[in-house]
Design a protein around this ligand. Structure first.
Ligand SMILES: Cc1ncc(COP(=O)(O)O)c(C=O)c1O
Length: 397
């Protein structure tokens, strides 16, 4: 099918919820994607932080095809070897003791919210409130979009579930004032990264954690985007030495297959009883076989590689601070961003990069968000920086 036909069918039959670029990828290899005309692009989006091993990774492809030939899905009515093996890999050596597998980030967060409610229910305590931060993003189910601290996401879906309280991100005092006796948990992102990249500072996160401990509230970290190695550690909270009660991960976990996880420790890890939660497709053999490859690679050298490449990337990006219209370079590991001031539109820059064969994600009109596969080469980072420099230089601003 050519692009015109694909667009015609999509626009006719798919609900109108996505703002799509005028492009369709048909194949990928390494860190490159190829469109319907055969044009090659170096990928600094990785399917929004998902395709962490790039494309056509031989180990991932083999594990998926071998598993597909063996057994794709049997349901959670039965034990599942690939699921059991993945859970051991994910939990062993961490602070966590039990986990649940889901299919998306929103579902993992939804599960975390339910887990907190069940935990206090078991203790006979009325603590239904979860505090989240303004500007956060936690998903698009009714509960997770209510948790999301962005009014534009939830206003149109009222009435909303109750039990969520939003506070300014980074303001420890606001967090302290909001932490009343009915609060069961604080849920934060280590780095807000759905649109602009906003790392929380160390004092804020450690302070939030201490507040939870002092009030016997639970501390949840949404690491849907920052987890599974993206920042150079398995979980971004490890940079701060935190010990959350619950962490949620998704995105890169399946290397492209839909799978997410909720990891918990302490009493809350044992709060669910049979029938309290579930999902038909979650943790099926195919998704778990893929995730096992990702976790094995992370544990066998890939995390160190991400950390090194991340330092290299942020070092190279720092050069762009010399441009007056660049208002900030932010990020950690292979989650980076170039923020532009009002003089230059980010969509223009992203379109120019697309012409030059580089894929980036522009958010909020002014943030060039960069989430390359973990397999990105230093030479590809150099090439990206040269192309961005050409574009910036030619703006004559
Ligand atoms: C921090 C965070 N939480 C939750 C989600 C929701 O994940 P999903 O789109 O897989 O439901 C996202 C998605 O971007 C995210 O970045």
């Amino acid at each position: 099918m050519d692009l015109k036909k694909i667009k015609e069918l999509s626009n006719k039959y798919y609900m109108n919820v996505f703002h799509r670029q005028n492009i369709c990828f048909v194949r990928g290899n390494g860190n490159k994607l190829y469109d319907t005309t055969g044009k090659e692009y170096t990928d600094f989006v990785s399917g929004i932080g998902v395709n962490c091993l790039g494309y056509n990774n031989p180990d991932l492809t083999k594990a998926i095809s071998d598993q597909a030939a063996k057994l794709i899905h049997s349901s959670n009515l039965y034990y599942n070897e690939e699921q059991a093996a993945l859970c051991e890999k994910l939990i062993k050596g961490t602070i966590f003791t039990k986990m649940f597998l889901a299919n998306s980030g929103a579902e993992a967060n939804e599960c975390a919210i339910k887990l907190v409610r069940k935990h206090y229910n078991l203790r006979g305590q009325h603590r239904p409130v979860i505090i989240t931060a303004n500007g956060s993003f936690h998903g698009r189910t009714l509960a997770t979009l209510t948790a999301t601290g962005q009014e534009s996401h939830y206003k149109i879906y009222e009435p909303l579930p109750s039990g969520f309280r939003h506070v300014p991100y980074g303001d420890l005092n606001a967090l302290k004032n909001a932490l009343t006796d009915d609060v069961g948990a604080i849920m934060l992102e280590v780095i807000q990264s759905r649109s602009a990249i906003r790392p929380a500072d160390y004092d804020y996160l450690v302070g939030a954690y201490a507040l939870c401990r002092s009030k016997d509230a639970l501390f949840i970290l949404d690491e849907i985007q920052t987890g599974m190695g993206r920042t150079g550690k398995m979980f971004a909270f490890e940079h701060h030495g935190l010990q959350p009660d619950i962490v949620t991960v998704a995105k890169g976990l399946g290397g492209g297959l839909p799978i997410s996880a909720v990891l918990a420790r302490g009493d809350v890890a044992n709060a669910f009883a049979i029938g309290d939660h579930g999902s038909t497709l979650s943790g099926n053999q195919l998704a778990c076989a893929a995730a096992s490859v990702v976790v094995d690679k992370l544990k066998n050298g890939l995390l160190e590689e991400i950390a090194q490449k991340g330092e290299y990337f942020s070092g190279k990006l720092a050069y762009f601070n010399k441009y007056k219209f660049v208002s900030g370079i932010k990020g950690l590991g292979l989650l980076q961003s170039v923020e532009l001031g009002s003089a230059l539109n980010g969509n223009y820059v992203a379109a120019q990069l697309l012409n030059a064969g580089v894929l980036v994600n522009c958010t909020k009109q002014n943030v060039i968000r960069l989430l390359p596969p973990y397999t990105i080469e230093k030479s590809e980072i150099d090439e990206f920086c040269e192309k961005l420099d050409d574009i910036f230089r030619n703006t004559n601003l």
